[in-house]
Write a protein that binds this ligand. Structure first.
Ligand code: NAP
Length: 362
């Protein structure tokens, strides 16, 4: 099969570098275009990124010599691009919205990691194992905005990826969840490069991440919602309270979760079995980036740990442990996911694979 030619917007940042790493041997997609700010434009990818390359592999030969484009230079978009991943940061959300819609207008599907379009009702916010049916909002978006082949689809915030699939699996098994208290311990790579200053982070915990608690509490309502006539109709049936903190870990967001069920309460054994056996469309389709088991339960009392567990199944599986009775709610447990893989580049690659299988990307 000839690979689809794709681009990465924001290719020089932390998430962009993860795309470069994760896609180097992808069976379906080949990066032919990299774009970033005017500071990087005109340089080779290697020149633009070498002072801030954070990956544990060398810069792949296949992208080293690509000339970085300015994201906003729409006339230089290669004509044979199938779609782009977007991992750009700009001074305002409106600038990002405009840039991403401009690519869609030019006929290019955009799979974005940025939060700018997460609350645009006709833009789907996808976690492959939970709401792949939300891709059905894409034709509504295209009709409303006059896009022919282009569209924008987004990925949710990285913080909630650590816990939402575990909750969704329980609801799918018939155990309706009523309330959640979430405390996250988030890695420094979540703040991009150069991120939080080292003097603020070493020997410390920062008990505040701007906007993160709101995202952790609200984005699940859209992800768990359903497709309506004009866009996604949110589901607000779970009450969520979140506290988000930054900890001195490089990669891997941990979530401490307290859960209260609405009526029926499963046993511990049932919960573990539901998680162990949970599978969804990405697994049924055997997509290249789908983890074999989206949720892995670890029986060791001191797991999951970021250093040991974040790379589980290519960094795409959520690892869970310490399930026990809660004295106030019903249960509590700890879960973990790799923020720049499952929570960013890897999650979007999985969405792109789904969109290709469903015929939205050609
Ligand atoms: P980052 O390391 O700061 O990278 C930002 C990227 O945007 C760089 O490629 C940068 O290019 C480019 N850029 C900056 N100003 C620009 C401009 N005016 N025009 C065009 N491009 C510009 O950030 P990141 O951590 O990779 O995050 C990227 C996006 O993903 C953000 O929206 C973030 O919220 C989201 N996200 C991040 C994570 C994570 O764990 N890090 C997880 C989920 C979602 P230059 O190198 O040329 O400056």
């Amino acid at each position: 099969m000839e690979k689809l030619k794709i681009g990465v917007l924001g290719a020089t940042g932390i998430v962009g570098q993860n795309y470069i790493k994760l896609l180097q041997d992808h069976p379906w997609f080949q990066i032919i275009d990299v774009a970033a700010s005017p500071r990087s434009a005109g340089k080779t990818y290697e020149e633009a990124v070498k002072a801030k390359w954070q990956m544990t592999i060398d810069i792949p030969e296949s992208v080293k010599d690509l000339i970085v484009r300015d994201v906003m230079d729409f006339d230089s978009i290669p004509s044979d691009l199938s779609f782009v991943f977007s991992a750009i940061v700009m001074p305002t959300k409106d600038q990002i919205k405009e840039a991403e819609f401009k690519y869609a207008e030019k006929g290019i599907p955009v799979l974005s990691n940025n939060s700018a379009h997460r609350w645009t009702p006709d833009v789907p916010m996808i976690i492959g194992e939970i709401n792949h049916d939300h891709v059905n909002v894409i034709p509504i978006q295209q009709k409303k905005r006059g896009f022919k082949n282009g569209f924008v689809a987004v990925k949710p915030n990285c913080s909630l990826q650590s816990y939402l699939t575990t909750i969704y699996a329980l609801e799918q098994a018939g155990y309706k969840v009523e309330k959640l208290i979430i405390t996250t311990l988030q890695a420094v790579s979540g703040a991009g490069y150069p991120g939080v200053p080292s003097l603020d982070m070493i020997d410390n915990i920062v008990p505040y991440i701007g906007g993160e608690e709101e995202k952790t509490e609200k984005e699940p309502t859209k992800i768990l919602g359903k497709v309506g006539e004009d866009g996604i109709i949110n589901d607000e049936s779970i009450q969520i309270s979140a506290t988000c903190t930054r900890v001195p870990v490089i990669d891997g967001h941990t979530a401490c979760v307290n859960v209260k069920f609405k009526d029926k309460v499963p046993t511990e054994e049932e919960i573990k079995s539901i998680w162990e056996n949970f599978r969804a469309l990405p697994q049924e389709l055997n997509l290249p980036y789908a983890p074999k088991k989206p949720i892995i339960y670890l029986n060791n009392i001191d797991r999951p740990q970021p250093k040991k567990d974040r790379d589980a199944d290519k960094g795409m599986a959520v690892t869970v442990g310490r399930l026990r009775k809660d004295t106030v709610f019903d249960y509590k447990f700890i879960s973990l996911s790799h923020n720049t893989v499952r929570g960013a580049a890897g999650g979007s690659i999985l969405t792109a694979e789904l969109l290709k299988e469903k015929g939205f990307i050609k």
